[in-house]
Design a protein around this ligand. Structure first.
Ligand SMILES: *Cc1c(COP(=O)(O)O)cnc(C)c1O
Length: 435
């Protein structure tokens, strides 16, 4: 019998609405608090930073939200993305489990991040915004936002963590190609940046520092808005296109997942894949286990506290009710740059607190070992972030083997690692730190 390895939807079958889990969560979210007054934040407080449409989505409790035609049109540059059955990996692991993965690496920037960059650029364009600022660690988010703003003639300024700027020159080249400008952070362009440089002229930078710089530029310029690539509710909303497609694709196979697994930085690809499946738990009595996989070097979900904390290092963002390691936490320089964030976002944190999802952590060397196993079985080379989900999927497949149970496992292949080959070289040379 022919093995169907890639389950494909055609462009007409792409979902035309996002799923808003806030409509179905058993416990509603605690409000964001104003950083100065510590009172619940008002929409007007956020307007200097974000487009109004995005602020509305942030607090919306409508179950389905229409994807604008213009956004659908740009999604079709790379969507619907394929769902793969990892037959070779199953065979290599000798497991009765069925392993599926949703392949978000086929987007032009190489990850799931344009799923939110495109609508964010679109809504800002509609509201007359001329410039956008953001931060980036390893460069995945900065390249996704440059890719998206370029379609709408919006100028994009990316504050890139200085160590990554030096280590990952090709991500900078991608941003420049799509008309983005890239500034190593901390920089001399902002008060926040100058203060960090005064403390230490060789400051290596961090995501929290770069966010402070990007927010300052947006807050002090009338024509400029800020954009965040993870953590916030509207970002997770946009990413549900991943899970909505996967639901349709799995329907075509007759399988339904027992386990849904995603790597976890701030929650956007994990939420994007898992929320449409959690809806079946909340409304139809299904019992799918959803597992967020973080790095042991930045363990906010498995070791952090649930409390109000800032999203950035300088304390300029609203206070978010979330699992956090503290906004001053500077994680070690692991290669999975997208997982080096101290907090977790409000929705995912509330779900974890209510025990409706689970969290695990994976060590750096373990993640690379899993990545190599996967690449040798299935061919594709995963991003270091993605490898954390693969490591967990492999563990679950081995448990299924011990138990002799034919579970269905679905994980998110959130990005490819073709610009991370230096990290693979270090792994093979045994130069990587365990954590
Ligand atoms: C940014 C990134 C992540 C982590 O970010 P989330 O917002 O938690 O999804 C994971 N994988 C890849 C490839 C990324 O670029």
């Amino acid at each position: 019998m022919t093995k169907i390895r890639r389950i494909q939807l055609n462009e007409r079958e792409m979902p035309t609405q996002w799923y808003n889990i806030q409509a179905d969560m058993p416990n509603p979210l605690l409000p964001l608090l104003h950083p100065g007054t510590k009172q619940p934040i008002q929409a007007a407080d956020l307007e200097p930073l974000f487009a109004r449409a995005l602020i509305e989505q942030e607090v919306s409790t409508e179950r389905y939200i229409d994807i604008p035609e213009e956004v659908q049109d740009l999604y079709r540059l790379y969507r619907p993305t394929p769902l793969h059955r990892a037959y070779n990996l199953e065979k290599m692991l000798d497991t009765p489990a069925k392993i599926y993965y949703k392949n978000e690496s086929v987007s032009p920037p190489g990850s799931h991040k344009p799923n939110t960059a495109i609508p964010q650029a679109f809504y800002n364009y509609k509201e007359g915004v001329k410039k956008m600022t953001t931060e980036t660690g390893a460069g995945q988010w900065g390249s996704a936002l440059s890719f998206a703003t370029n379609f709408f003639g919006i100028e994009c300024k990316v504050f890139m963590v200085k160590v990554s700027y030096q280590q990952k020159p090709y991500r900078k080249s991608m941003m420049n190609l799509w008309n983005g400008s890239v500034i190593p952070s901390p920089s001399n362009e902002t008060n926040a940046g100058r203060a960090f440089l005064a403390e230490d002229p060789n400051h290596p930078g961090s995501l929290g520092v770069a966010i402070s710089e990007a927010i300052e530029v947006a807050a002090t310029n009338e024509d400029t808005k800020y954009s965040l690539g993870s953590v916030l509710n509207h970002v997770l909303l946009h990413q549900t296109i991943i899970g909505l497609e996967a639901v349709k694709q799995l329907e075509m196979t007759g399988d339904f997942p027992d386990l849904v697994i995603g790597p976890f930085g701030g929650g956007s690809n994990f939420g994007g894949l898992s929320f449409p499946f959690l809806r079946y738990n909340f409304t139809e009595g299904k019992k799918t286990r959803c597992i967020a996989v973080e790095s042991t070097s930045c363990p906010k979900l498995t070791k952090g506290k649930f409390e109000y904390d800032f999203g950035d290092t300088a304390g300029m963002t609203p206070l978010i009710p979330m699992y956090t390691l503290g906004h001053k936490f500077i994680p070690p320089a692991i290669h999975a740059g997208g997982l080096r964030y101290h907090g977790a976002g409000a929705i995912v944190s509330q779900l974890l607190k209510d025990k409706l999802i689970e969290a695990r952590s994976v060590e750096q060397t373990e993640s690379f070992e899993a990545a190599v196993t996967f690449a040798r079985a299935e061919g594709m080379i995963p991003a270091p972030e993605t490898s954390h989900a693969i490591a967990q999927a492999i563990k679950e497949a081995m448990i299924a083997r011990e138990e002799g149970v034919a579970k269905t496992i679905l994980f998110n292949f959130s990005g490819h690692g073709l610009l991370d080959m230096g990290a693979y070289d270090e792994y093979f040379a045994k130069n990587l730190q365990v954590q």
